[in-house]
Design a protein around this ligand. Structure first.
Ligand code: CA
Length: 230
């Protein structure tokens, strides 16, 4: 079973945070490094998102309107939710931190936190998770290793930016499938994230330049798939 039940593409994160300024900053920086990030602004919205979405990582504020973060986390774990969770707490809230870890959090950060540190903690948790579960994909001459974040063609390493990598991962996980542009947007971006009308075409274009124009086939009026091989 694939780690990511929404079938690959970018790692998908859920940010649960009621403070808009903090949320905007975290969203911007996590999206810039290539994660698809959804944002829930209160405890109830967080529960809805966790019920309906599949996340690789959750960033969870504890002081939330509606339902507090500890309760959200406990019920998520009780229902079998396995995504790693980083709690975001105030400096003086030591008991909250302990309760959060007891309730099943994997790590915590004290506000105000450094965005680079958040990214590093997120990477560490995601690596642990992907290292355990993700296979290496090969298709013709192409090889994609999600855990190491490496792509090679033949024996040549290819450097991709995060969205190109996520796009190729989506395609190579289901090489026979034709993906519509909407499906690819869904995999590469979080809810409410501005996606230009030709964004996917732009990513396909730049990915083709790096891996070979013939590697990605345009299925007219439908979308894209990898070329057939073998
Ligand atoms: Ca809060």
């Amino acid at each position: 079973m694939a780690l990511n039940d929404n079938a690959g593409g970018a790692m998908r994160l859920l940010l649960v945070e009621d403070d808009e300024m903090i949320a905007e900053t975290v969203l911007e920086s996590m999206r810039r490094v290539g994660y698809a990030v959804d944002w829930a602004q209160d405890g109830r919205a967080a529960e809805l998102s966790l019920d309906n979405g599949v996340y690789d990582l959750v960033l969870l504020d504890l002081g939330l309107p509606g339902k507090n973060g500890i309760d959200v986390l406990s019920s998520y774990r009780k229902q079998g939710g396995e995504a790693p969770v980083i709690i975001l707490t105030a400096r003086d809230a030591v008991t909250d931190r302990i309760r959060g870890l007891d309730a099943g959090a994997d790590d915590y950060l004290i506000k105000p936190f450094d965005l680079d540190e958040l990214a590093a903690r997120a990477r560490a948790l995601l690596r642990r998770r992907t290292g355990q579960k993700q296979p290496i994909y090969t298709h013709g001459e192409l090889t994609l290793d999600p855990a190491a974040h490496e792509v090679t063609k033949g024996s040549l390493p290819i450097t991709l930016v995060p969205r190109e990598f996520a796009l190729l991962q989506a395609l190579i996980e289901e090489p026979a499938r034709v993906f519509t542009r909407a499906e690819l947007e869904d995999k590469l971006y979080g809810w409410g994230e501005e996606v230009g009308s030709n964004t996917i075409e732009v990513h396909v274009h730049s990915l083709r330049r790096k891996i070979g124009v013939d590697q990605i086939v345009t299925v007219r009026g439908v979308g894209y798939r990898l070329k057939r091989c073998g």
